[in-house]
Design a protein around this ligand. Structure first.
Ligand code: NI
Length: 439
């Protein structure tokens, strides 16, 4: 990996210690940001193996997608306009039964193509056949936090724990630390307390963090109160789950008491505004959580409930929803929304030294094109990124110091092949389901 210098560019650092934006140069050495200069001070271009002219770019940290199910790209627009439980039980679970390792590989690759092209440099995934997801992440160059999703009821309960243990051994820390393995108990309603105890034992033994879906729907909370007498969040709090490093996905239906528990235990939250809206689940009280100091990152969730993986759309939604719901335009301002999608998202995943453009931090960065109508003029670059930019503006992506997207083209993946293979897998799956149902 040679040195890469991006010269004469507009830098949005998302670093509290620097001005919000300035013109300068940024030098990457190995997997790290080695130097950032602010003009008129310039970095000597002779120090770099590759010099990129950044005049037409806005360079910012890569986006961190804190929650998703990558291979669900295969079910994009397969089941829409349904409530969560109907969507899951009648459409998604019946087709997921037929997924093969090959499907997962190509579905994940498709997701990674979309994410990298849209400026996402880190993603969190919870699914199965995780060796294939890790392989796709390894080949593509993206940073990944991967969990074998665990369901504590039914046949797969014991095997998914074993598979998780094996998966940690096989992949955690691979690719120079770019691939991370975490534990993925699906949710309290699919993982009863005795099972969660086993998951926590593995967390203690392995030292790995966890991700779990919590309080996504009103029904989930009502059923937890009926069955256990407490909310899903209080249930896992009492079990001691939050004594581990936990990222909680959704947290839509949370009480003040729930928020207190999340804050007390420094649980990271993955806010998925698009998916929550589309499934009619509601809107998480993000402004209240942020006010309590909770690390709230942003996620797309799977492409079957979104239906794309465009983090720009999500960060804009996060800001607009908070304002609109409270009729207060000052809430989740542009700076906060951009932090949520970058450095705060990294913190919510317990990922250190990533998510800001800072010397010594990981060189995960993206360049957005400026020569498009909606990026002109440029009074406030942070506001422009949050309220005007989109995934289609991404022109340049570096992950871990490696150039993975240049002039909008993927360098590590044959995109046309990935699209063809994913379409083949999706068509086969739909065919199998139609046959089983005798249609
Ligand atoms: Ni999810």
């Amino acid at each position: 990996m040679g040195n890469i210098l991006i010269r004469d560019t507009l830098l949005v650092t998302v670093d509290e210690l620097r001005p919000g934006y300035f013109f300068g140069d940024i030098l990457v050495q190995g997997d790290k940001i080695a130097r950032i200069s602010e003009h008129p001070e310039k970095i000597d271009f002779k120090t770099a193996g590759l010099v990129i002219d950044g005049k037409n770019l806005l360079v910012m940290p890569g986006l961190v997608n804190t929650h998703g199910h990558a291979a669900m790209t295969l079910f994009r627009s397969y089941a829409d306009d349904l409530p969560l439980f109907e969507w899951l039980e009648e459409k998604i679970w019946p087709i997921e039964k037929h997924l093969t390792a090959d499907d997962i590989y190509w579905g994940s690759m498709l997701a990674i193509c979309e994410m990298l092209k849209g400026g996402t440099t880190t993603f969190k995934d919870m699914y199965f056949f995780m060796d294939q997801v890790a392989e796709a992440a390894a080949v593509s160059g993206i940073r990944a936090f991967l969990s074998r999703g665990m369901i504590g009821i039914g046949d797969s309960a014991a095997t998914s724990l074993k598979e998780t243990e094996q998966f940690i051994q096989n992949w955690h820390g691979a690719e120079g630390g770019r691939i991370n393995v975490t534990l993925g108990p699906h949710a309290p309603y699919t993982c009863p307390p005795p099972y969660l105890e086993k998951v926590m034992n593995l967390a203690t033994k392995s030292g790995r963090s966890l991700q779990i879906h919590l309080s996504e729907t009103k029904r989930e909370v009502e059923e937890s109160i009926a069955q256990h007498g407490v909310s899903p969040i209080e249930l896992v709090y009492r079990l001691g789950l939050f004594d581990h490093k936990v990222t909680a996905a959704h947290c839509v239906h949370v009480s003040e008491r729930d928020i207190e528990m999340i804050a007390e235990k420094q649980v990271g939250v993955a806010h998925n505004p698009g998916s929550n809206l589309k499934l009619g689940s509601g809107v998480a009280p993000v402004a209240q959580m942020l006010a309590k100091g909770i690390k709230v990152g942003i996620g797309t969730d799977g492409a079957s409930s979104n239906n794309n993986l465009d983090m720009f759309e999500e960060l804009r939604l996060a800001s607009l929803l908070a304002k609109g719901l409270a009729t207060d335009p000052t809430l989740v301002d542009a700076k906060t929304a951009l932090r949520m999608a970058t450095v705060t998202g990294a913190e919510a995943l317990f990922l250190e030294d990533c998510g800001s453009l800072k010397e010594g931090w990981k060189a995960d960065l993206v360049g957005l094109r400026l020569d498009v109508p909606h990026m002109t003029p440029m009074h406030d670059p942070t506001a422009q990124v949050v309220y005007a930019a989109s995934a289609a503006d991404v022109d340049l992506v570096l992950v871990d110091g490696r150039l993975v997207l240049e002039k909008g083209e993927l360098k590590t993946i044959d995109e046309a092949k990935v699209r063809a293979e994913a379409a083949r897998c999706a068509a086969r799956l739909v065919g199998v389901v139609a046959e089983k149902e005798g249609k």
